[in-house]
Write a protein that binds this ligand. Structure first.
Ligand code: M1P
Length: 252
């Protein structure tokens, strides 16, 4: 059981699969446990692949800006501390418009030639520090999402597309990771979830930084921060695992 003071220990959490079930809202019992028991005992932060809007949707709105000491949307390419945005990265500045368009055009062409059981809208979501590519389209319903996730498990649609992009853009500083059910994220090398540690190290000095995540295998978007020597890693499958580990860690 940790004996550290609140300001000496940082707990960093992935969102999907760790605080919530995939792309769903946090359960009220878990939220109550988290804010009443965990938050008083440790500095807390979230580091998700999603953008801030999706974090609001999944964690019950803007109150997270007050509740969490750190919020790191888009792997920490956007940095929010004590409710205020303190920094962000820009993928278009990093790649330049010419390379960016070469990439986007290839993605659109690839997707236009891809046959799937169904397709909806919003195939490429352009964010601050990354792009999110979704073969079925982000506008699908929950049933359609679950159906595609199953189809992708069997047919490896996302893996095949990542392989094609890796080959085609071997000359470009880009890497790919699967963080959710239906899409994958694209960003420059090193702009994975370890990016948030750059901000933490620069301004803070915690005795221990713990990371909780589910997509910890190579290619998953928790992998790099999970194996990073600066974090103490906790692999979870569901929010119930997160709760169990927190109870042990903090002696709740
Ligand atoms: O937070 C994990 C992932 O959540 C979403 O993935 P999907 O819609 O595929 O379930 C996306 O926001 C993705 O960027 C993110 O990594």
């Amino acid at each position: 059981m940790s004996k550290l003071e609140r300001n000496e220990i940082l707990l960093l959490f992935d969102v999907d699969g760790t605080l919530t079930f995939p792309r769903t809202v946090i359960k009220p019992e878990f939220e109550e446990f988290f804010y009443s028991k965990v938050q008083p005992r440790a500095t807390i932060g979230i580091v998700g692949g999603s953008d801030l809007e999706k974090m609001f949707e999944q964690l019950n709105g803007k109150k997270i800006l007050e509740k969490f000491d750190f919020i790191f949307p888009e792997n920490g390419l956007v940095q929010i501390e004590a409710g205020k945005e303190v920094g962000k990265q820009s993928i278009q500045e990093h790649l330049g418009e010419k390379t960016l368009q070469r990439f986007i055009n290839y993605v659109l062409k690839y997707l236009s030639e891809l046959e799937l059981p169904i397709k909806r809208g919003t195939f490429l979501e352009f964010r601050n520090g990354m792009m999110n590519i979704c073969p079925i389209g982000r506008q699908c319903t929950r049933e359609e999402r679950n159906m595609f996730a199953e189809y992708d498990n069997q047919h490896g649609v996302r893996k095949a597309m990542i392989n094609a992009l890796t080959r085609e853009f071997a000359d470009v500083d880009l890497t790919y990771s699967i963080g959710g059910q239906i899409s994958f994220d694209v960003f420059p090398h090193g702009w994975d979830k370890t990016y948030c540690l750059r901000h933490i190290e620069k301004f803070h000095n915690f005795e221990e930084i713990h990371f909780f995540g589910d997509k910890t295998e190579p290619g998953g978007n928790d992998y790099e921060i999970f194996v990073d020597p600066r974090t103490i890693e906790h692999k979870v499958e569901t929010p119930d695992d997160t709760r169990r580990i927190l109870t042990e860690l903090l002696g709740l």
